[in-house]
Design a binder for this molecule. Structure first.
Ligand SMILES: [Zn+2]
Length: 256
């Protein structure tokens, strides 16, 4: 049964901050901590008190607010065990299959390495929401900074198996640019063309394109579609391993 309230807001230049709130207990978690100021402002606007920060990975644009928020609120900071040494003020180290309670809501840790070595995502199955940090973006995916294509493909495949109606929250607003690239590898995809038009219109108005859903990403995101015959043909990679086709798509995006 859905019970978490979710508040998404812009932070830094192109990050998103997200607060989740369990109305029964008042527990409130920030997904990552791009900067303390935007999170404090969002908490004040909602009248919520921060109890947790759930960190997806160690990058500064996801952890910069940790220390100040901890001093001001005494919140518990949860993050990936694999990157614990690089995460300021971490209290609880988690890995694959661990549960994270935010009040009465239960999050499940899914290891999704590739962008960083220990990147994790948080799934709230009863609420049908997943927070994927910089692993999966709408119509895109994170850069392979600390992992190879095979590792990232394995991580994306885990997310792809979630129920299609699962709502997807990501660390950044990159959808409009991602669509421009995606159209170069699969221009014949009608769902992608529709998403590109929608993302362009929303971005023009300064409105968010997120959350997305797993189902929408399966239909439009070239990084989840290496089995698409059109993509395989365009890359000249018919019948190759899916992780190799994913890897080639990622390389082309890096140069786009
Ligand atoms: Zn990152």
């Amino acid at each position: 049964m859905a019970r978490l309230e979710v508040n998404q807001f812009p932070a830094r230049s192109d990050n998103y901050g997200v607060l989740i709130h369990d109305p029964e207990t008042g527990a409130t978690a920030s997904i990552d901590a791009p900067d303390a100021d935007s999170i404090l402002a969002a908490l004040e606007e909602k009248g919520w008190t921060l109890t947790h920060i759930l960190i997806t990975h160690h990058h500064g644009d996801h952890t910069a607010g940790n220390k100040r928020l901890k001093v001001l609120t005494g919140c518990i900071i949860v993050g990936p065990k694999e990157e614990a040494r690089s995460i300021p003020a971490i209290d609880v180290e988690v890995s694959e299959g661990d549960s994270v309670a935010v009040g009465n809501a239960n999050g499940l840790v899914i290891e999704t390495p590739g962008h960083t070595r220990g990147h994790i995502s948080y799934l709230f199955p009863e609420d049908g929401i997943v927070f994927v940090g910089d692993t999966l973006f709408s119509v895109g995916c994170g850069k392979l900074l600390e992992g190879d294509a095979k590792t990232m493909w394995s991580s994306l495949s885990k997310l792809a198996k979630l129920p299609p109606e699962t709502k997807l929250y990501c660390g950044h607003e990159y959808t409009d640019k991602n669509c421009q690239f995606a159209l170069t590898v699969e221009p014949e995809n009608d769902a992608l063309r529709a998403r590109a038009a929608e993302a362009a219109a929303l971005t023009e108005k300064g409105e968010p394109t997120l959350p997305s859903t797993i189902g929408q990403e399966l239909a439009t995101n070239p990084f989840l579609r290496p089995s698409s015959p059109a993509i395989q043909k365009r890359l000249g990679m018919e019948g190759r391993e899916l992780w190799e086709i994913f890897g080639e798509t990622r390389k082309r995006k890096d140069k786009f």
